[in-house]
Design a protein around this ligand. Sequence first.
Ligand SMILES: Nc1nc2c(ncn2[C@@H]2O[C@H](COP(=O)(O)OP(=O)(O)OP(=O)(O)O)[C@@H](O)[C@H]2O)c(=O)[nH]1
Ligand SMILES: [Mg+2]
Ligand SMILES: [Zn+2]
Length: 291
Amino acid sequence: MRGRVLEVLADVARVVDATGQVHLCQFRGRLKRDVDQVLAGDWVDLAPTRPMAMVERVLPRQNRLVRPPLANAEGLLAVFCPIQPMGSLALLDRRLVTAELLGLLSAIVVTKADLWADDPTVWQRLAPWRAIYPMVAVSSVAGDGWERIPDMLGDGVWVMTGESGVGKTSLLRRLLPDGTGTGAVGALSGRTGRGRHTTRTVALAPVGTAWLADTPGFTHLELPPHDALTLRDAFPEWRDARCRYGDCRHLDEPGCVVPQWLATGQISAERHQHYRLLQAEPEPSRHRPWM
Ligand SMILES: Nc1nc2c(ncn2[C@@H]2O[C@H](COP(=O)(O)OP(=O)(O)OP(=O)(O)O)[C@@H](O)[C@H]2O)c(=O)[nH]1
Ligand SMILES: [Mg+2]
Ligand SMILES: [Zn+2]
């Protein structure tokens, strides 16, 4: 029997089969030795042993995220809050670039719409992002917007990321079918003391036909390994720029077309500034594999 791992807890896993039934499973001998051998998101073969089914084999992975530890992710849901607390658009771009570098789809959820629905400047500020990425505004208090999310996610595994306090866990609770998630969601993202997070396990929660993983609001977010041109291409707005030099990074090189686009407002100066800062960062450490 084929199944998808929803969560790994010490030496058992919760695995959902094709009919939607969830099994608590043990691991076959050699899989036990290394915790990373079975991850949430993995496709596995199960043997219907009793009293617990057994994970026999992990199918080859498409990709593997380190933080959170997750296999076969398809998309990154960037959660942004424009008010209380005011999010950082530089960090939002960092998350979107991370998705691009990892080859993931991306989409943006703008939270706490109940607090800013009457403020048109919020939409104006977000216009450059809205032009490029799927974007939906939600309020977990008023209950608006969230019903558009399942369609946006399709049927893959998505990982939710965003600064602490933006409303990720609240949104996930809204999205879950009644009563299924309360326990599991609570365990995902906890806080001990001052803004220190503990995430022991990552769990996939059902959202429509997709699976969504909550994460705590990481403050330090290192980009996956990349080179300058891959980073350049992680910004869709200048992918078809034809500058004098093919390896133009659009950072003050002669014959670059991007300054004109910036001057006319065709592309966002704010995004370009974030791009410039990302290009100026030291190389990310290579020892930490992202995939
Ligand atoms: N007004 C308003 N408050 C919200 C909304 N969604 C969440 N909140 C509040 O924002 C605070 C943080 O919400 P969480 O869902 O815990 O945020 P989080 O992104 O999971 O935070 P971390 O787990 O720390 O990364 C809580 O006090 C929520 O009640 C919303 O739509 N409107
Ligand atoms: Mg949370
Ligand atoms: Zn250029």
